[in-house]
Write a protein that binds this ligand. Structure first.
Ligand code: ATP
Length: 450
């Protein structure tokens, strides 16, 4: 594990964003949405490799947070909920950022992020912007339900996934026969009309969140808050984020959201600095209390062991899937100098998350047929890529660049000796393995993917 110093910043901070963006576009991880129309600001599409990376991250989260625990259940709520939801949650009233416009260049900025505004290109004799006073701008995206577009048909695309967990709390608890403390987890899209989407996928207008709302007795809130900070830090360590690139930052009281009693961010060291990738919040009983009031339905629980009716306190963990994918790419990206002065780009992704687990490479197209047999056997258990074009060195580089942990090469000796070469991504070490043992050799080192 590396300890980073001021002289040697973490690799993720040394990486240039343009290299990540260019790799993502070139290899089809992530690129602008609606590219053929010039793109749409704040929206991104994930290509064949990006969707695998994202899927693997979501599966790992679901495994660790939901399936591995007897005290957490999952759900999948709708993106558009009843508009009253957002009045009760406080989003209609409070979910806004301060916005200013420059009268000269007409650009729009977040008033709390003016350090990044730069000089104004439209003013002569001054490089400063000519800002309007700050106005409050609600970040929820609106739409209309049904045929008429009037005030009565306004609805919102959810700005966070968790509200469905609160509105469905009573039913989910009853059907799952859970007792407090227990949690409800969900992964899904959220939408925010960000004033200034930027830093690639870091701040987008459409993104995915993986959220857990863990309901506890008020007397146990501090213990569970600490528990979830530890659990979530452990998860990020599993992603390969060591002390040099991941830190826990407790919020100062004046930073707390209107509903929160305590909060800590898990921050990652991006090329553009330390930034939040996950928030862990003690939301108190705010959400259940407000939904009880607004809906007229009692959302309190009766605890027969305590002989007490109470509104549970919620400890929330909310991680951005897109931000974490970006952190994974920044952390994994590495350009290495090889003997002879050549360089190779490697994505040192954890094997559990790599989009492709193993590549099958016949040394020559003439060897395609026997190599195809290995390919189809491996496809039953792993995510496999097939590549028969170009010289073998170039093919290895192509796999290194997308983070494929192992390459299986079928060469001219393979038919004779019944063995293939397995090459490992990080060390580039090669091993001859009997063909019938390849699947189990890999299974010892890779999780099978359903
Ligand atoms: P920020 O201060 O960066 O706007 P936030 O504190 O509003 O973030 P939360 O409401 O706590 O974020 O959301 C939880 C997680 O959702 C964040 O840690 C982040 O990973 C993700 N997230 C929030 N807004 C965006 C966005 N615009 N684009 C991508 N991911 C986001």
């Amino acid at each position: 594990m590396s300890v980073e110093t001021a002289e040697a910043p973490a690799a993720s901070a040394r990486v240039r964003m343009e290299d990540i963006v260019s790799l993502c576009a070139r290899r089809g991880f992530v690129f602008q949405s609606s590219e053929i129309y010039g793109g749409i600001n704040g929206f991104w599409d994930y290509g064949p490799l990006g969707v695998e990376l994202k899927q693997n991250l979501k599966s790992l989260w679901w495994q660790r947070v939901v399936r591995a625990r007897a005290d957490v259940v999952g759900m999948d709520g709708s993106i558009i909920g009843h508009p009253r939801t957002w009045e009760a949650s406080g989003h209609v009233e409070h979910f806004s950022d301060p916005m200013v416009d420059c009268r000269a260049c007409k650009r729009r900025f977040r008033a709390d992020q003016l350090d990044d505004a730069g000089p104004c290109p439209a003013r002569e004799g001054s490089s400063e912007h000519d800002f309007t006073p700050a106005r409050s701008f609600n970040l929820m995206l609106r739409t209309f339900i049904g045929a008429s577009e009037d005030a009565a048909s306004v609805a919102y695309l959810r700005p966070e996934t968790c509200q469905a967990i609160f509105t469905d709390f009573k039913r989910v608890r009853e059907v799952s026969r859970q007792r407090i403390p227990f949690g409800i987890a969900q992964i899904g899209k959220a939408f925010r009309n960000e004033i200034n989407p930027r830093n690639f996928t870091f701040r987008s207008r459409e993104f995915e969140q993986a959220e857990l709302e863990f309901f506890v007795h008020p007397s146990e809130r501090d213990r569970w808050f600490e528990h979830w900070i530890e659990e979530r830090t452990r998860f990020h360590r599993e992603l390969g984020f060591d002390e040099g690139v991941l830190r826990v930052r407790p919020h100062a009281p004046e930073e707390l959201a209107h509903y929160a009693r305590a909060a800590s961010d898990l921050e990652f060291l991006f090329p553009f600095g330390w930034q939040e990738i996950e928030g862990i919040h003690d939301r108190g009983d705010w959400d259940l209390r407000r939904h009880s009031e607004f809906s007229g339905k009692d959302l309190s629980v009766f605890d027969d062991r305590r002989g007490e009716h109470f509104l549970p306190v919620v400890i929330e963990t909310s991680v951005g899937i897109d931000r974490t994918c970006l952190a994974l790419l920044c952390n994994a990206y590495c350009v290495e100098e090889l003997e002879g002065g050549e360089t190779r780009t490697v994505l040192r992704l954890p094997a559990a998350l790599a989009p492709v687990q193993v590549a099958v490479l016949p040394l020559s197209k003439k060897l395609a047929e026997p190599a195809r047999r290995i390919d189809s056997e491996l496809r039953r258990r792993f995510h496999v890529a097939w590549d028969e074009a170009g010289n073998i060195g170039r093919r290895y580089r192509r796999q290194d660049e997308i983070g494929t942990p192992f390459c299986v090469t079928f060469d001219f000796d393979s038919e004779g000796d019944g063995r293939v070469t397995i090459r490992e991504r990080d060390t580039m070490e090669q091993e001859r393995v009997p063909i019938e043992g390849v699947a189990s050799w890999l299974a010892e080192r890779l999780e099978p993917r359903p």
